[in-house]
Design a protein around this ligand. Structure first.
Ligand SMILES: NC(=O)c1ccc[n+]([C@@H]2O[C@H](COP(=O)([O-])OP(=O)(O)OC[C@H]3O[C@@H](n4cnc5c(N)ncnc54)[C@H](OP(=O)(O)O)[C@@H]3O)[C@@H](O)[C@H]2O)c1
Length: 266
């Protein structure tokens, strides 16, 4: 995900508007990124390290696995400039935890992008303390607008829809591929058919400017084969299954936040 944000900030023209500098965990990853992204990238372990980067930054985006975020923040906290902004991408690491690991003069925020960000069609939820300056929020929104749209809705609810949503889609695609296998297609044909069908349908939805409901009602009209299929989906309770899935995802997100910080804001 860090690479996606990096790609968004650099843009297609490679303009250095943001003066992006990156630090990687491993030398191998730094070398790989340097090859594909025209940006100054260093690896921790190769001097100068993350602390020197942090000392020079107005904004630091932390895109390491959730269990590494607080250690990394503590490691660089002595170097952060007063007035700097730190944004963590980690799911399940709360604002209160971040604030505790950062100096008081630093603004901490959370950003939860989804996988669409890898192709600049992402949806990112932003979480900030009430005291966060509007100017800071605006700047962080602009950063994540480089990889898609930014939403201010409550993070746990948002993560159940836009965060977990791509997984619902991949799950449905995998099940459609199983149905194709059942109808006699080879495994390879089944996968391609299901994936190309969903990708094409998504592209048609975007192009048409109509809603999913409108396109569905246009395709699934009696006495078509499609209406019979849609009725079968409905009768086995797919609608309830999706409601349950989103509720389960939101509950898990709230649970992780509560485990991390029983009383604090997220
Ligand atoms: N993927 C998503 O769709 C998504 C969506 C929303 C939020 N997020 C959040 O974004 C963050 C990054 O996600 P990701 O999927 O990109 O994770 P990832 O691929 O597992 O890790 C990102 C990078 O962290 C570095 N890293 C691994 N172990 C480390 C350690 N012990 N110390 C320092 N750096 C370490 C790795 O660098 P090396 O390759 O150099 O080892 C890796 O390139 C996570 O906190 C995740 O919760 C991800």
């Amino acid at each position: 995900m860090g690479e996606s944000v990096l790609a968004g900030l650099i843009g297609d023209d490679g303009a250095d508007e943001w003066q992006v500098r990156a630090t990687c965990h491993s030398l191998a990853r730094a070398a790989e990124l340097r090859r594909i992204r025209d940006v100054e990238i260093e690896a921790i372990g190769a001097a100068p390290d993350a602390n020197r980067r942090a000392a020079a930054a107005d904004a630091v985006i932390i895109a390491v696995p959730p269990d590494r975020v607080l250690d990394l923040l503590e490691e660089i906290s002595g170097s952060l400039r007063p007035g700097a902004v730190v944004v963590s991408l980690a799911a399940g690491v709360t604002l209160t935890q971040l604030k505790r690991s950062a100096p008081a003069a630093v603004a901490v925020l959370r950003a939860l992008p989804n996988i669409g960000g890898t192709v600049r069609s992402g949806i990112t939820g932003i979480g900030a303390h009430d005291a966060c300056a509007e100017e800071t929020l605006r700047a962080v929104r602009r950063i994540f607008e480089t990889i898609g749209t930014v939403r201010d809705e409550q993070l746990e609810a948002l993560s159940a829809i836009s965060g977990s949503g791509p997984a619902y889609f991949y799950y449905l695609s995998e099940q459609l591929s199983a149905a194709a296998l059942d109808l006699g297609f080879s495994a390879e044909q089944a996968t391609r058919l299901a994936e190309d069908t969903f990708v094409g349908a998504a592209a048609a939805l975007r192009e048409s400017g109509e809603s999913s409901g409108e396109l569905l009602r246009r395709l699934a009209t009696p006495p078509s084969a499609t209406i019979r299929a849609v009725n079968a989906l409905s009768s086995v309770g797919l609608k309830d299954a999706l409601l349950d899935a989103a509720a389960a995802s939101a509950a898990r997100a709230r649970e992780m936040a509560a485990e991390a910080e029983p009383d604090g804001p997220r």
